[in-house]
Design a protein around this ligand. Structure first.
Ligand code: MRU
Length: 351
């Protein structure tokens, strides 16, 4: 059974329980968020991270944000709700699942505007729980749809962490691997360590090893040599936002991995739920790229590894062009040769 990354607990006041992912793999510690600042902070500092998990946390955070608000009518309640959603929406800019889930919470309130405020609050709690439960099903479906791209004996490279920790459970990219293994296939994985915050070594290697899957850790700059010297059958990664034309944002380093894969004729797959598509933007050029603190580059686990006052560029994501992606695996089906038309055929007009 996968560990629950994120749960709604507490019958009376309600709290969010989540794994503090910044401490893994050295310590498995749960934190409890019972106010909006603590959930904002958990998202911002990557205690909870990965596009779908951020969306789930934000939906639950919305419930916490409005639980003590007293409004005399729907109009003032909705104004308060919007303050909460825009605060949570300012935590991280790239993963569209955050904005997708906050909008879903707002739309749910609007659909129930005729009900008493206390009832709307209960409905919003149910919606947040539904987003979590749906995500678990979606991840299984992504696994089911993608596993036949892997053959018995396949060797896969993955980048960052798109596993159970990044979702309700089971993951997106890792779902494809888990599902293939559950079908009895022997799958080997090379996990990029994923500097600067090491989601690959700390989280993906940990998840795969715990699941008994044959995983080998490499530094990011070893991917080209690994592809040249080992038999690598494909790359599978997750995504934080996919534009209408199929350009996909994912953890920094994914773009270079896609170029390396192209050079070696290795198929490059992206696995992501429909909620990761942002059909309002035409191409990846419009995806906002988060830039994070220089400290993440100048130190590792608090140990300084660079001169004082060195200039640093620390983008957290990059864009892989659709032309480098063989297929996008979603819960609605596999989108081969992703482009605007092929995406519309599977995703439709609304994620
Ligand atoms: O900065 P992070 O750790 O939130 O970045 C996460 C990723 O880039 C994941 O690959 C992506 O969110 C897909 S998670 C299923």
């Amino acid at each position: 059974m996968p560990l629950p990354t994120i749960e709604w607990i507490g019958v009376v006041d309600g709290r969010i329980k989540l794994i503090d992912q910044t401490l893994l793999p050295n310590e498995l510690k749960y934190v409890y968020c019972d106010d909006i600042e603590s959930i904002y902070n958990a998202i911002k500092t990557l205690m909870v991270r990965g596009a779908p998990a951020i969306g789930i946390a934000a939906a639950m955070g919305t419930v916490i944000g409005i639980k003590n608000k007293n409004a005399v009518n729907f109009e003032s309640f909705f104004k308060q709700l919007k303050e909460v959603t825009s605060y949570l929406g300012s935590s991280r800019p790239t993963a569209v699942n955050l904005f997708w889930s906050l909008k879903r919470m707002e739309d749910t309130a609007l659909r129930n505007s005729d009900k008493p405020i206390s009832e709307i609050k209960d409905i919003l709690l149910n919606e947040a729980k539904t987003i979590l439960e749906e995500d678990k099903e979606i991840c299984r479906k992504i696994g089911e749809n993608g596993e036949n791209l892997l053959e018995d004996g396949s060797c896969v490279i993955t980048h960052c962490n798109a596993g159970g920790l990044a979702t309700g459970d089971y993951g997106t990219a890792l779902a494809v691997i888990f599902a293939a293994v559950e079908k009895g296939k022997n799958i080997r994985v090379y996990a990029d360590e994923t500097r600067p915050l090491l989601q690959g070594s700390r989280l993906t290697a940990w998840e795969l090893k715990n699941a008994g899957i044959d995983v080998t850790l490499i530094c990011d700059n070893m991917a080209a040599h690994t592809m040249k010297t080992k038999k690598i059958d494909c790359v599978v990664v997750g995504s934080d936002r996919i534009a209408a034309n199929g350009d996909a944002a994912n953890k920094i380093g994914t773009y270079s991995l896609s170029i390396i894969a192209k050079e070696h004729n290795v198929p490059f797959y992206v696995a992501a739920p429909a909620s990761t598509f942002d059909l309002s933007i035409v191409s990846g050029d419009e995806i906002p790229i988060e830039e994070r603190s220089p400290d993440e580059v100048t130190s590792i686990s608090g140990n300084k590894i660079a001169p004082d006052d060195i200039k640093v560029f620390n983008p957290a994501f990059d864009i892989t062009p659709a032309s480098n992606i063989k297929a996008i695996i979603t819960e609605r089906g596999v989108i081969n040769s992703p482009n605007t038309e092929n995406i519309k055929n599977i995703i439709g007009n609304k994620p």
